[in-house]
Design a protein around this ligand. Sequence first.
Ligand code: C2O
Ligand code: CU
Ligand code: CU
Length: 507
Amino acid sequence: MPSPDRRPHTLRRLLFGVLALVTAVAATVGGCVAVTYTRADVSTVGKVDFTRELAIPPLATGVTEPDGTRVFTLDMRRGRTEFRPGKPTDTWGFNGDHLGPTLRARRGDRVRVDITNSLPEASTVHWHGMRLPAAMDGGPHQPIPAGGRWSPEWTVAQPAASLWYHPHPHGTTESHVRRGLAGMFILDDAEAESLPLPSAYGVDDLPVIVQDVRFAGDALDGSHRMFRNAGFLGDQILVNGTLGPYREVGDELVRLRLLNASTARVYDFGFADDRTFAQIGTDGGLLEAPITVDRVRLSPGERAEIVVRMRSGERTVLRAGTLDAGLDFWNQRFSGGDDSFDILELRAAATLRPSPGLPAALVASSTPDGTDSVHERAFDLEFAGINGQPMDMNRIDFAVTRGTAETWTVRNGDGMPHNFHVHDVRFRVLTVDGAPPPPEFTGPKDTVFVPPGSTLRLALRFDGPADPNTPYMYHCHLLWHEDQAMMGQFVVVEPGGSAGVVPRHGH
Ligand code: C2O
Ligand code: CU
Ligand code: CU
């Protein structure tokens, strides 16, 4: 006679076995997550030997044609760069192996850039922060095929600023920029030139292009590690393409044009000795007055101009500390918020040339203040798409009227770090979570960090020119997010006009 409790007994055993298995799997997964978590942060603080002199990208002022057009030439090409002596790395660059020359022009200049794409694939060149016709913008609608050429031209019609240029091909921007295609574009004007600011390029006025990289054999690694939903994050820093850079300075005041040209990383810059410094400019130009700060936070694409006072013979290190931006536990770790880096060592000469003191006032504000806005729009930043819609090359999201100002409310309710960049315009941040913004946000901006849970109101003016069929982009400048379609398109139209139709592309 079969035992009456045999079945329950077997069942109990089976259940116990399943439970043990589930527990073991959970423990393994949990263990892996824990190990991944604890290994996810990076710090190079105190570990960088500053043994290489900071490279200064060559300055290109162009060639002036008989009609006065200032012509620059850029060749996009593959190269090899020895970031580490004796270990060449495959890179891409403009006119060289990595990065590109600093282009420089003045307000009022007619400029043209003759570009050749010698890369094995199509790309574009976008003039980040530049006010110019949409057809010259170099966004995804102006592809340059492999082997092709493109010669955009426009008239510089905006104040002195530190802009930059980089590829913007839809879906592959992160990989093109990460390989080294980026350069600065400095604009000058009479107002800025009349101010006693450090302005000798490469002497007391230094471009500081900051990018995080990771080496993988003879290539720059582009893989996204587990849970890194911000995109690519590197474990070492290049400044102007130099690994572990130092720079000797011979002046009391040194101006740094900081550009976050990294694909996803947000930096909280300061100095190792916590010294204060002056911030004099933001993305789109000078502030109304210098402000004294000890930190400056830049998300990808943002710029800041700062002036640091040096004492003879001293050394100080530009450092990026951990981020305090309200990221949740998970994103804080996996989006790089817990990371810290030693970036650049400044070495003051034993005797310094005296610099004039910074002026109390810089320039009058040139951004709208929101009072003449004729339209309100809201932008919800989500990884899945802005306002729930992924980018579509053939969809114009809205039209703005040439000559008018608008107020845009940008909200990040997504949990991930995002920022917001608008082509063609320089905007003012009116409020951050309903409160007046910190003073550095009152300067002209074209890109702004929008931490999770925050809401920013921006005032923008669209000066045109109008082109109903060629869109400008607005997007998250974490480049993988942009590639994944966190982007939208607007056109500028004449009063009473409406959006046209985007010419069809082959893809
Ligand atoms: Cu710096 Cu739409 O880009
Ligand atoms: Cu841009
Ligand atoms: Cu984003």
